[in-house]
Design a protein around this ligand. Structure first.
Ligand SMILES: [Zn+2]
Length: 413
């Protein structure tokens, strides 16, 4: 059967991505922190592009753009972010925005299509000033006080000052209109090597993992590193090291198939070469998309702390400092992406969770949400060498546009 559906224009997608790469370019990547000049230029670029897709929109009071359509019928929201990490890759963010504008150009201008794709660029997904400020603002979770307090983590610049410099001070913030959208779809580079190693083209995201973080503190006795006999030491640093090893030995029996855990920071008190540490602290993180797995691992962590304290010579305390619920992606949207992959990517797709956080997890709190991944060469991201083969970028765009079409068509019935 001939493919009669409207298709993405691969050359136009690549041209748009390269136009965005030219704004704030750094080696083969970009340096485009939130509210920097190249970020502002990228936002202005998107506002100028919106009319090509029959959309109108402007930058709102927190730096978000939501281009809206007056077309009748169901509306699908699609997008991602335009700022980057410092000195990082060109596709993390812009890929999802360009796919969204391409879907809108192809589908909104097709008179046989009911409904429209609306395009969003969420500000500060990369967390220069906070934690998903743009998408959280849209879903109604950001207070003015939070903006008052926000500062650039690199320069210390106040967010209020940055908004003033951008000409956005006093501008209203756009918030979601209940019932307006049938769902939200976001494309992103995988930032891992699952697709590349499996020779696959498309990742159909099933969930975005939750992140749980713990502070584990060890209390011993500070003393002289030369005169204190080994037998009587209470070395908190050594207790921490043993605990780290024990986690790696005991977690595998209790974890899920894709659980990951990390000790991201260790501090010794006082941290001097000639002093036995009297205190030690580790920041420990667990990621999984199944709260039951996390609950099991947390229970194990606490049991291990009790056991270690009982055995001595140091005491161990576990304190939970962050809980992030996983976000489940909508089943119908997953089916739409998979169906499009069968036709346009030879079925080279896999259902997989996202180990990284994305704006879609915020949108998922108020509407059905889904995500599509394309391969990352070498699994590299958050680095200027981040890249995806042109052929994979184009295949991803084809699948994305067709997935949008399928979602709108099933909603219009
Ligand atoms: Zn991103």
């Amino acid at each position: 059967m001939p493919d009669i559906h409207p298709r993405a224009n691969g050359e136009r997608v690549l041209a748009d991505l390269n136009a965005l790469r030219a704004l704030g370019s750094y080696k083969t990547g970009v340096h485009k922190p939130t509210f920097s000049e190249p970020h502002k230029q990228s936002l202005d670029w998107l506002v100028r592009k919106l009319p090509e897709a029959g959309l109108t929109g402007a930058i709102d009071g927190i730096g978000n753009i939501v281009g809206t359509s007056t077309k009748l019928g169901p509306k699908l929201l699609a997008g991602s972010h335009l700022e980057s990490q410092n000195y990082a890759g060109w596709l993390d963010g812009p890929l999802g925005v360009v796919y969204a504008i391409e879907a809108a150009r192809v589908l909104n201008t097709d008179s046989s299509m009911k409904g429209a794709v609306e395009v969003a660029a969420w500000c500060d997904e990369e967390g220069h000033f906070g934690n998903f400020l743009g998408s959280r603002s849209y879903v109604g979770q950001v207070t003015e006080a939070e903006i008052d307090a926000a500062r650039d983590r690199t320069s210390g610049r106040a967010m209020r000052d940055a908004l003033t410099d951008m000409g956005l001070a006093g501008r209203a913030r756009i918030t979601a209109e209940p019932g307006r959208h049938v769902g939200y779809l976001e494309a992103h580079i995988e930032q891992g090597d699952t697709l590349e190693s499996g020779k696959l083209a498309i990742g159909v995201v099933t969930s975005i993992v939750g992140i749980w973080q713990y502070r584990i503190t060890f209390t011993g006795e500070q003393n002289h590193a030369g005169t204190t006999r080994m037998a009587v030491r209470k070395d908190a640093g050594l207790a921490l090291a043993k605990f780290c090893v024990a986690i790696d030995e005991r977690f595998p029996a209790a974890c899920g198939p894709r659980t990951v855990w990390t000790t991201g920071r260790i501090t010794l008190d006082p941290g001097a070469p000639s002093i036995i540490p009297g205190g030690a602290e580790m920041l420990f993180q667990i990621r999984d998309d199944d709260p039951a797995v996390i609950a099991r691992l947390e229970e194990l962590l606490r049991t291990m702390a009790v056991e270690a304290s009982a055995k001595g010579p140091c005491t161990v305390k576990v304190e939970k400092i962050r809980t992030g619920a996983p976000a489940m992606m909508n089943a119908g949207i997953q089916d739409a992406i998979e169906g499009a992959s069968k036709v346009l990517a030879g079925g080279r797709s896999i259902r997989m969770p996202s180990g990284a956080g994305h704006d879609a997890q915020m949108l998922a709190t108020i509407m059905p949400a889904g995500m599509l991944f394309v391969p990352s060469i070498g699994g590299i991201s958050h680095h200027w060498t981040e890249n995806t083969a042109d052929v994979d970028i184009v295949t991803g765009a084809q699948v994305f546009v067709d997935a949008c079409r399928r979602i709108l068509c099933s909603s219009a019935m």
